[in-house]
Design a protein around this ligand. Structure first.
Ligand code: PBG
Length: 321
């Protein structure tokens, strides 16, 4: 006779045999940064989540650090008049991203700083690459991305996170780092990044929605898993340090497969739409927000993610405390 319920009979035994556990140290905090002073503006499609100007970013970094969170992923919202097809502003050594990196490091030099590398926030077309005759061209984009990555490390970032899905960019960035003498700069590759509807609220946050067409010629078809594994293998070979799957909850099988088949740590991006769904249902009283948050993050960890980038990082850290 088997009595599997014995392992569920009390909190003590349940805790004793719990297979996976979420830790604050697993969580990475995405941050949206804007120009200005005294700006803390809520993103309407991401209730409770804000964009910060650099002065208020200081307080936010202090709070994040106090909660025991140890890594941040930076995104900037760029003024429309600074946008062009080549994302020229991305290379400005005094640009918003470069200054934001310095601010974070001033407040907490121990915090691991990762930066988004892609052209969309800087692109007049809202695409992740340079546009020519209505197409997103690969190799010219990769050149800019490599320069952008070097510029972030020069400003003091520890790692870059290329989210563009161009071919060959991990190898190009690794080579650029070697040539610049940045032998300890890390690369978290968005390896299996799908053309997902769940990025909608993020595009509101950065005003970065594509001006024409969609992102399906570079981001992947949600129906494919072998393709995701191939992309992750290429990134591992090209010199990535961590492989990311994005979004997270609808792609748990992809997280699991990449974790099993490859050797690098795996991260998952619990994206803006995934956050917004829980927030909206909770606001209506249809879901318990804390329970939905912890169950979601726990399932991403169980699937095999070593690291989870999530807009719930601070809330989850409070629960875990
Ligand atoms: C852009 C980028 C996106 C996200 C991270 N980097 C949006 C996109 O590809 O259109 C989405 C993150 C989220 O939805 O939380 N390179």
């Amino acid at each position: 006779m088997h009595r599997p319920r014995i392992l569920r009979a009390s909190a003590a035994v349940r805790d004793l045999v719990q297979e996976t556990r979420l830790h604050t140290s697993d969580l990475m905090v995405p941050l949206f940064i804007v120009e200005g002073k005294g700006v803390k503006e809520e993103i309407s499609s991401m209730p409770g989540y804000n964009r910060y100007s650099l002065d208020l970013l200081r307080d936010e970094i202090a709070e994040i650090s106090d909660l025991g969170l140890r890594s941040v992923l930076l995104f900037v919202k760029v003024d429309d008049r600074l946008k062009d097809n080549k994302g020229t502003e991305a290379l400005n050594p005094n640009g918003l991203m470069q200054r934001a990196i310095q601010v974070v490091k001033e407040v907490n030099p121990e915090l691991l700083v990762l930066t988004d590398v892609a052209l969309d926030p800087f692109s007049s077309y809202g695409h992740d690459g340079i546009v020519e005759n209505g197409k997103i061209i690969n190799d010219a984009t990769v050149e800019v991305l490599a320069q952008m990555a070097v510029s972030h490390i020069e400003a003091g970032a520890d790692w870059v996170a290329p989210s563009d899905m161009m071919d060959g960019r991990i190898g190009a960035i690794r080579l650029a780092f070697e040539n610049a003498g940045f032998h300890d700069a890390g690369i978290m590759a968005y390896s299996a990044k799908y053309a997902s509807c769940f990025y909608g609220p993020f595009r509101d946050a950065l005003d970065s929605a594509p001006g024409f067409g969609d992102k399906k010629t570079y981001q992947m078809n949600p129906a494919n898993i072998r393709e995701g594994l191939k992309e992750a293998m290429l990134d591992q070979e090209e010199g990535a340090d961590m492989l990311m799957v994005k979004p997270a909850m609808a792609y748990l099988d992809v997280i699991k497969t990449i974790k099993e088949e490859l050797l690098l740590p795996v991260s998952a991006y619990h994206v803006s739409g995934e956050y917004a769904m829980i927030k909206a249902a909770a606001e209506k009283g249809w879901l318990n927000e804390e329970a939905a948050m912890m169950e979601s993050l726990g399932s991403i960890k169980r699937a095999g993610a070593d690291v989870i980038a999530t807009y719930f990082a601070k809330d989850a850290a409070r629960v875990l405390k």
